[in-house]
Design a protein around this ligand. Structure first.
Ligand code: ZN
Length: 235
């Protein structure tokens, strides 16, 4: 398989050139850092990698700060939710989607989580079907509604030492530990407020019953630094 990347961030070259006013407002609310220092290229370089070294890019959902660097990955395969992608195509304005942030040949290089084999996981099944990314149970995926349709979350490791990449299902690990939803003033950002609250509560319950798990929301700098986990696998 090679190296796997979870989301691309918001590439300053590509993203800034296409950002609309609403997208800039979104980035401001979401505390998105679009500087060159935090770009995916810079992050990969710290690991001694370049975009062409990445075999698979998992796209959790289609907000610009998660797909803004996708065009840099000219040879990689992509993985996303079919329902999530089709929803973004159907409702680009409401879901903040820019098709031009994706490579032109995205669909020919994309696989869908819904087509992966399923695996039994009594803990993650609170979110519905559980998918097996590599076919060995090492990385399991679930699709979490609320912030965006069918957001791809990935669990690495077993029940004793797991790392759960939850993308924007919560904005901080503290929000999960306290079951604290985002301000209702940000409702316009989210696709389904009721589902967001329900799934945040599920994450909260998992956090209470598994205090050794690392929950890593994409915008939580603290948990990103603490977890020191990357969805990478080299073989
Ligand atoms: Zn988002």
């Amino acid at each position: 398989m090679g190296w796997v990347l979870y989301d691309t961030g918001y590439d300053p070259e590509i993203g800034a050139a296409t950002a609309s006013f609403s997208m800039r407002l979104y980035a401001r609310v979401m505390n998105v850092d679009v500087s060159r220092k935090t770009s995916v290229v810079a992050g990969l370089a710290k690991l001694g990698l370049r975009p062409e070294d990445i075999s698979l890019v998992v796209l959790s959902h289609f907000h610009p700060d998660h797909i803004g660097g996708a065009r840099l990955f000219a040879k990689s395969r992509f993985l996303c939710s079919r329902v999530g992608y089709e929803s973004a195509l159907r409702h680009p304005r409401r879901l903040g989607f820019r098709r031009d942030l994706l490579p032109d040949d995205f669909e020919t290089r994309c696989d869908y989580v819904e087509d992966l084999s399923m695996v039994f996981d009594s803990l993650l099944s609170v979110f519905g079907k559980v998918y097996d990314l590599f076919g060995d149970g090492e990385v399991r995926c679930v699709l979490i509604d609320g912030h965006a349709p069918r957001q791809v979350a990935c669990m690495l490791g077993g029940p004793d030492a797991a790392c759960f990449l939850v993308s924007d299902a919560a904005w901080s690990s503290q929000a999960i530990s306290r079951n604290c939803p985002p301000s209702s003033l940000t409702r316009w950002i989210h696709d389904d407020w009721k589902a967001l609250l329900e799934n945040l509560e599920k994450l909260h319950r998992l956090a209470l019953s598994h205090p050794n798990w690392k929950f890593v929301p994409s915008h939580c700098r603290v948990s990103l630094e603490e977890a020191e986990c990357r969805l990478v696998r080299s073989c």
